[in-house]
Design a protein around this ligand. Structure first.
Ligand code: FE2
Length: 386
């Protein structure tokens, strides 16, 4: 009996120890990659201080010497959190770097004493260090990307569509909204699509988000933007990649703000007014005006007759017409549509379906977009020339 009790105690102690060990729960993944900077984001099983070690992409082993450390810190204090967002700055354009992420658990902070727990890190010994390459946004002579939307948590489909589009050969990925059906928790965000994105590409290849109407639903929806940093700090922004300037817009909700579905917690008409003011200025910038191709990425199309779609048609489309965008890329309808310029739209609107993928390549002379289905068959081919 005594031996049995001892065994149980030992088992409980081992279990407790195992539960306490700090782990990286999701990520790392890249966000807001520029010519000189990038955000590295990951989460841990409990509160920790975190840092990134950075090394050049040369032939030396990562363990050759102590590598420079980058911390997330504000007001001179290292952040203690489960969500780690570390911005690496002062990087060289068009340069590949190797990186390693670290977290050390913070057990307590009383007075001036901080007690630390275990450390978790990505591997640089049995696995190769992770890599990323900074951009050279105005000088890149060509660019390529893959766009998916309306995945609604279907990880198998996400992986299949990305593979059919040969995502490994693309420069970056767009998630054009409704990647999940609502936003209730961090776990849902990662289990819904981001863990798959991290496993396939997001550790080393950048992705950009155009928020869908479904990402605005649920009690985690207001926290969600923290996980996806953008160049403007908002969910709408300009992204210049070589010959293309992307105008990434946030569509907001599809029904009127007063609809029963939103429980009185949304103010998207007001939000789209502010977005319009931002857009008016953004379209005057050299990075937009000097770009050979101008592509608007927005989840909801400016037609269909619902309130949100009408808002896009009246608040954004006149500005986009005037700015002479070349094409608008949408989702939302769960069917494929190639809408030629008509009915107040001076540009074509490509609506990617919930089971197709868009693969695009651009030079300063030509923008080619292929739409592929789940079997990899070509649904459409669009070629825009200058
Ligand atoms: Fe949608």
């Amino acid at each position: 009996m005594k031996r049995l009790l001892l065994s149980i105690c030992f088992f409980v102690a081992i279990t407790a120890f195992a539960q306490e060990k700090l782990t990286i729960t999701h990520g790392p993944y890249l966000q807001h990659l520029t010519d000189n900077s990038v955000n590295i984001i990951w989460t841990t099983s409990s509160d920790a201080v975190s840092w990134v070690e950075l090394a050049p992409n040369d032939s030396t082993h990562f363990y050759l010497k102590e590598r420079p450390k980058y911390y997330s810190a504000e007001y001179g204090f290292k952040d203690v959190s489960r969500l780690h967002i570390i911005r690496l700055t002062n990087l060289t354009p068009a340069t590949t770097y190797r990186y390693r992420v670290y977290s050390q658990e913070v057990l307590s902070h009383e007075g001036t004493k901080v007690q630390y727990g275990t450390v978790a890190a990505t591997n640089v010994y049995s696995a190769k260090p992770l890599k990323f390459t900074t951009t050279d946004q105005l000088k890149e002579s060509k660019t390529s990307f893959v766009m998916v939307n309306d995945i609604h948590g279907r990880n198998d489909l996400l992986e299949n569509l990305l593979n059919k589009a040969d995502y490994k050969s693309a420069g970056f990925i767009f998630f054009n909204g409704d990647m999940v059906s609502d936003m209730r928790s961090e776990e849902q965000l990662f289990e819904g699509f981001m863990d798959t994105a991290v496993r396939l590409f997001a550790k080393e290849k950048p992705m950009y988000y155009a928020r869908g109407n479904h990402e605005t639903r649920g009690n985690f929806a207001s926290t969600f933007p923290q996980y996806f940093a953008s160049p403007s700090g908002k969910m709408y922004y300009l992204l210049r990649r070589g010959p293309v300037c992307f105008v990434v817009l946030d569509c907001g909700e599809d029904k009127p703000d007063s609809d029963i579905e939103y429980s009185g917690i949304v103010a998207f008409d007001q939000y789209r007014d502010a977005e319009r003011s931002w857009l008016q200025e953004a379209l005057k910038s050299p990075e937009f005006k000097d770009a050979p191709f101008r592509v608007c990425v927005i989840h909801m199309p400016p037609f269909g007759g619902w309130h949100g779609e009408e808002e896009i048609a009246t608040k954004f489309v006149p500005l986009l017409n005037e700015a002479k965008i070349d094409v608008m890329l949408c989702g939302h309808l769960h069917k494929y549509l190639n809408q030629k310029p008509a009915n107040g739209l001076n540009f074509p609107v490509i609506v990617n379906s919930n089971n197709t993928v868009l693969k695009a390549e651009a030079t300063s002379e030509q923008l080619t977009m292929k739409i592929l289905n789940e079997k990899g068959e070509q649904v459409d081919l669009i070629q825009l020339k200058k």
